[in-house]
Design a protein around this ligand. Sequence first.
Ligand code: PXG
Length: 455
Amino acid sequence: MNDKPSLSNLAAIDAAHHLHPFSDMKQLNAKGTRIIERAEGVFIYDSTGKKYLDAFAGLWCVNVGYGRQSIADAAYRQMQELPYYNAFFGTTTPPATLLAQKIASHAGPKLSRVFFTNSGSEATDTWFRMARVYWKALGKPEKTQVIARKNGYHGSTVAGASLGGMKLMHEQGNLPIEGVHHINQPYWYAEGGDLSPAEFGLKAARELEAKIDELGEDRVAAFVAEPIQGAGGVIVPPDTYWPEIARICKARNILLVVDEVICGFGRLGQWFGHQHYGVEPDLAPIAKGLSSGYLPIGGVLVSDRVADVMINEVGDFFHGFTYSGHPVAAAAALENLRIIEEEGLVERVRDDIGPYFAAAWKSLEDHDVVGQAESVGLMGGLQLAADKATRRRYEKPDDIGSAVRNHCVENGLIMRATGDRMLASPALTISRSEVDEVIDKLRKALDHLRDTAAK
Ligand code: PXG
């Protein structure tokens, strides 16, 4: 392209003008940002021409892979026809309405409505407000407290960062806000002690019951959790965990909010993560894979239980975003979902590439520095360990994880590290040979760790 500005000084411009999310800016400015220019399939290319296999699908979102012409075409056509109109004050646009119908068609009979947002964080703020409005409308205005989990992630807005259980985020902003409480996560490897995973799963779930007792059942509005914690490290809960959580929410009459922002749209081999775990949420925030990241769009799936009250008792929910149900983003999302359906990507993850990935990922457990390798669908978490036999972890987990990640990146593999866990979340279209490449490159980085790290 001739009209492209020279990229030679882009890093300097970036350092001068661009503040980055979740990045140490001082370090980044000294080193210079990596500039990603183009992408195709599961590969991305930086401005030096270097190619990387993106085993992280952008940020857990490019489910259909890069380079889908038909999504670009759908957005282009919609922009020409109607670039913008809103969903406020009695109007809608065809893509917004059809997208709500399409999402609901995959979500099960009791989740038939969608409230649109532009991101997962806005979806979090939306259900948080909706849960309180719901209980108030039912004559229980004191039901306002929300229980979430340590090391959960629900976004970066004030409600999102409060509900998330990330200590560093709380410390920077006088968070969490009033009314948000955290219980422990179902992270057996680190916190399970001598219990079996099954026993520990029940124990972790029953912390919810104890917290409800402490706060008073009449004061608790909702409990929120990711099916599998993503940013927290792909923490796969023991099988006993989710059924017990669902039982407690039902018995104690509190809303169950399942955060589907990462696990939704095929990642776990079902359309939604709650389907994998066999539970029925009352509210479910969605984003990321909804449009495969081609344009920003999110939302909240709302159960009939909640929607009936919002429609018949509340009427007007004083909440919404200028771009709720943006027609161009919705058109891109519709085409993205059409691709997922047509190519059978959810079934592919469940029956074909998911099991292939699981076996390849699990094979890494024979490595000296790997304590546990878990995956569901195309979401993998690899626990690094200083001593496998005793589950002893390295003393500086962040340094260890970063070292493995950096080795991978140098070798052309994008992965994410959370502390001493390595995370993978590739596009649902990844081929078997590309999975092999991920495993080979990761194994080399693990060899490097074994040969160099101090325990
Ligand atoms: N819920 C979950 C479960 C998420 O993973 C959000 C809500 C917020 O979505 P938005 O669209 O507002 O970002 C997320 C986002 C990481 C990383 O490094 C993870 C997310 C975002 C950015 C980085 O793992 N998850």
